[in-house]
Design a protein around this ligand. Structure first.
Ligand code: ADP
Length: 313
């Protein structure tokens, strides 16, 4: 049963939390609309699944322009960037996900595009180098790793927005809204469980709600209640504090060690690749206080040892 509430928020009013970001973007957008101008380029920094793509789409719908979405690892050469840039109309958003992963030659190519709305490219059969004037577009870069972006590129973003961790209250509202969008109710007890297990990430929250709706359906329930939520988490093998099998494997590697362990050591002992450890597992273990990071590597905390012990029982 569909409810008329879309799963992805389409305006700042329905985008939950991140008030500092919404305020910054709203001010830029409303003043640009009043001046009949285009806003500065925007960098959105924050973990995966926290609303960066959604914000880019909200901006383009406020401006009544298009949002052209791409990802850095398909832009390997300057010509790939040129192909996107020449097709943009005034006020269109070019959204580049994981922008820090652009090769440096492509980042450099964007410098004049961002600053002067011009690019050099190769044209026609003669393959002559020509300068092309671009329409005044808006580059919206999304990054999970702002530090990896070259400083000349970073300095060309007029707006830099850092997404903050979502509070439990925000996540609870996202869960309630997500259930409504899926056409099902959810009890307060089930929401409490989601808040504990969704790692403070909206995308994960919505993924869990979908699986809970599956459980509620097969249990012939008209609402997601505690029983259907627990059933879904058992099937997903997600435990207290949102611990997954991979989180457990990393904690097990660190347990009992008095010395800090480097990422390579954790990776080879747990059989999990380094990127997954540093992008997905560690941020969560740090957030719940199960590990700390030192210059020599990571160490398990007392909280982490307790979680590890509870899991083994
Ligand atoms: P990102 O681009 O940062 O990886 P997305 O914008 O794709 O994240 O968001 C992932 C999912 O979570 C989408 O379905 C989106 O609708 C939802 N979502 C993200 N942030 C919010 C929020 N603040 N309020 C409601 N839903 C959100």
């Amino acid at each position: 049963m569909a409810s008329g509430t879309p799963l992805r928020p389409s305006s700042f009013d329905t985008f939950i939390g991140q008030n500092h970001v919404k305020e910054q973007l709203n001010l830029a957008l409303e003043s640009a609309v009043m001046r009949d101008d285009v806003i500065d380029h925007v960098l959105l920094a924050g973990p995966a699944g926290t609303g960066k793509t959604t914000l880019a789409n909200i901006m383009s719908s406020r401006l009544g322009t298009r949002c052209v979405e791409t990802i850095a690892n398909v832009m390997r050469k300057p010509q790939d960037a040129a192909n996107n840039l020449v097709n943009l109309r005034r006020g269109d958003i070019l959204f580049i996900d994981e922008i820090h992963a652009l090769p440096i030659t492509v980042q450099e190519y964007f410098y004049t595009a961002m600053e002067d709305y011009k690019i050099n490219t190769i044209a026609g059969r003669s393959r002559r180098a020509v300068t092309v004037n671009l329409q005044k577009f808006i580059l919206v870069g999304a990054t999970t790793n702002e530090g990896q972006l070259s400083s000349p590129m970073l300095s060309r973003f007029g707006l830099v927005c850092n997404l903050k961790p979502y509070s439990d209250q925000d996540v609870g509202m996202i869960a309630t809204r997500g259930a409504k969008a899926l056409g099902i109710g959810i009890t307060d007890e089930a929401i409490k469980l989601v808040v504990d297990r969704c790692r403070g990430v909206p995308r994960i929250t919505l993924r869990h709600i979908k699986r809970m709706r599956d459980s509620a359906t097969i249990m012939h329930k008209s609402m997601i209640d505690l029983e259907s939520a627990i059933h879904a988490y058992r099937v997903l093998q997600i435990g207290e504090h949102g611990m997954t099998n991979q989180d457990r494997a990393v904690l097990k590697v660190l347990s009992g060690k008095k010395h800090a362990t480097g990422i390579q050591g954790v990776s080879s002992e747990s059989n999990i690749d380094q990127e997954t450890i540093s992008n997905l597992i560690e941020p969560h273990l740090l957030r719940i206080g199960a590990i700390v990071r030192t210059p020599r590597g990571r160490l398990i905390t007392k909280v982490g040892e307790k979680i590890n012990k509870d899991i083994q029982q």
